[in-house]
Design a protein around this ligand. Structure first.
Ligand code: G6P
Length: 368
C-alpha cells in the first residue's frame, strides 16, 4: 500500500469513501447558480432551449447512470429520453431527430465505442451534443458542443464508484435545467431540489457508516456462486450497477432484474443457494417490491434488503435488513449506490481478488 491510500486497503475503498467530497465538489456550481444552462458551457443557453428529447449513450457503469437519468428526465422535465449502450448505437440504423440532445457519459472521456457513437450521431445531423465527463480536455468532451465536468478527482480503481455518483449529479442537473426551460420547475420546486442536493453529502456519509454491517453480509456472499439483485423504478438501475460491481471484482455471477419481471424467468433460479439483494427504500413501488420478495421467500431464497426506516421491514428467518438513511426522494438512487459498492468490495476482499485491477478488465477501453 502506498502513502496515498492512507487508512484504506485499496483505491476502490478510498474512492468509495471520497464520495461525500466528490459529490459536494460537483454540486457546488449547481448550488451557486441553480438549474441554469450555463452549467453545461457557454453554448448551452443557445442550444438547450431547442431540445425536445434526449438520447443518452454510454458504456458500463456510465450506462447505468444514463438509465437512472431516463427516469429523472421524463418525470421531472417531461422530455422523452432514450438510453443505449454505445457499442449497439454505433452499429445500428438510427432514426435521428436533430431536435434531440445527444448526451454521452464517460468517466475517462476516451472510451472508443462512446466516441464512435458520438461521431455517428453527429454524422446523422445531431448538432446538440453534451459530454458528461470526469477528465478535463479528454477526447469526448473535446468533440462535444456542451460539457459538464464531474469533479470526482482522479479515479484509479477499475470499477467506477465516485465517478458514477457524480455522473448522477450531472444528470440530475440536466433534468432540472430542462425542466426549468420547459416551464415545469417553479421556484419552490427548484429550491426543494437544491436543498435535497445540499443534504446529499451528509446522507452519503451515513450510508458509508453502514460498512461494518455490509462487511458481515459480504462474508455470507463470498461463498456463493450466484446472486440476484432486484429493484424497481429509479432503483432498478442501481440493482444493475450492484450486480455489475459484484461480478467485476468478486467474480460472483450476478444478475439484476426489475423486481416485477421476476415471475417471467429468474424465479426459476431461486433456491436457498441464491442470495437475493433488494433495493427497497420507501417509494411508490415499495408495496410491489414487498410482494416480489414474498415470492422469493416462498422458494427458500435468502433476502438481503436495503431499506429505509419508512419501509417497515424487520429481520426474520431468511430476511436480512440493513437500514439505509432516511428516504430522500428522487435523489435516493445516488444514496443507494453506496451500499451496493461496499457489498461488492467486501465480497471481493473475502475472495481475495485483485480489487483495483480485476482480471480481463481495463479502466479505460480505447480499443474495440
Ligand atoms: C470500463 C471500466 C468501467 C467503465 C466503462 C466505461 O469497462 O472498467 O468501470 O464504466 O469502461 O468507461 P467510461 O470511462 O467511458 O465511463
Amino acid at each position: 500500500a502506498s502513502l496515498e491510500l492512507g487508512p484504506y486497503s485499496h483505491y476502490m475503498q478510498k474512492e468509495i469513501h471520497e464520495q461525500p467530497k466528490a459529490i459536494a465538489d460537483t454540486i457546488a456550481p449547481l448550488l451557486d447558480a441553480g438549474f441554469v444552462p450555463a452549467l453545461f458551457g457557454p453554448r448551452a443557453a443557445d442550444l438547450l432551449p431547442q431540445v425536445q428529447g434526449v438520447q443518452i449513450i454510454a458504456c458500463g457503469t456510465s450506462f447505468y447512470a444514463a438509465s437512472v437519468a431516463r427516469y429523472w428526465i421524463e418525470a421531472i422535465a417531461g422530455v422523452p429520453c432514450n438510453v443505449e449502450v454505445a457499442s449497439e448505437y454505433r452499429y445500428r440504423t438510427v432514426v435521428a431527430n436533430p431536435s434531440h440532445l445527444v448526451v454521452t457519459i464517460s468517466q475517462s472521456g476516451e472510451t472508443l465505442d462512446t466516441m464512435e457513437a458520438l461521431k455517428y450521431a453527429r454524422s446523422l445531423g445531431h448538432d446538440k451534443t453534451l459530454s458528461i465527463c470526469n477528465v478535463r480536455e479528454s477526447a469526448i468532451p473535446r468533440a462535444s458542443d456542451l460539457v459538464f465536468y464531474t469533479r470526482a478527482g482522479a479515479e484509479i480503481g477499475v470499477a467506477s464508484t465516485k465517478a458514477f455518483t457524480t455522473q448522477l449529479i450531472a444528470l440530475f442537473a440536466l433534468a432540472g435545467t430542462l425542466a426549468k426551460l420547459h416551464g415545469r420547475l417553479d421556484d419552490a420546486a427548484e429550491q426543494g431540489y437544491l436543498d435535497a442536493l445540499r443534504h446529499l453529502p451528509g446522507s452519503v456519509q451515513h450510508a458509508l457508516n453502514l460498512e461494518p454491517q455490509i462487511t458481515a453480509w459480504a462474508q455470507k456472499f463470498a461463498t456463493k456462486d450466484h446472486a440476484l439483485f432486484l429493484g424497481r423504478g429509479l432503483h432498478y438501475p442501481i440493482a444493475l450497477e450492484g450486480a455489475l460491481k459484484l461480478k467485476e471484482i468478486s467474480y460472483i455471477h450476478a444478475e439484476a432484474y426489475p423486481a416485477g419481471e421476476l415471475k417471467h424467468g429468474p424465479l426459476a433460479l431461486v433456491d436457498d443457494n441464491m442470495p437475493v439483494v433488494v433495493i427497497a427504500p420507501n417509494d411508490s413501488l415499495l408495496e410491489k417490491v414487498k410482494s416480489n420478495m414474498q415470492e422469493v421467500r416462498a422458494r427458500g431464497g435468502e433476502l438481503f434488503v436495503f431499506a429505509d426506516l419508512d419501509s417497515h421491514f424487520s429481520e426474520s428467518d431468511g430476511v436480512h435488513v440493513i437500514r439505509t438513511p432516511r428516504h430522500i426522494g428522487v435523489l435516493s438512487p445516488i444514496l443507494h449506490a453506496v451500499p451496493v459498492q461496499l457489498l461488492a468490495y467486501h465480497a471481493a476482499l473475502q475472495r481475495g481478488t485483485d480489487v483495483d485491477k480485476p482480471r480481463n478488465l481495463a479502466k479505460s477501453v480505447t480499443v474495440e
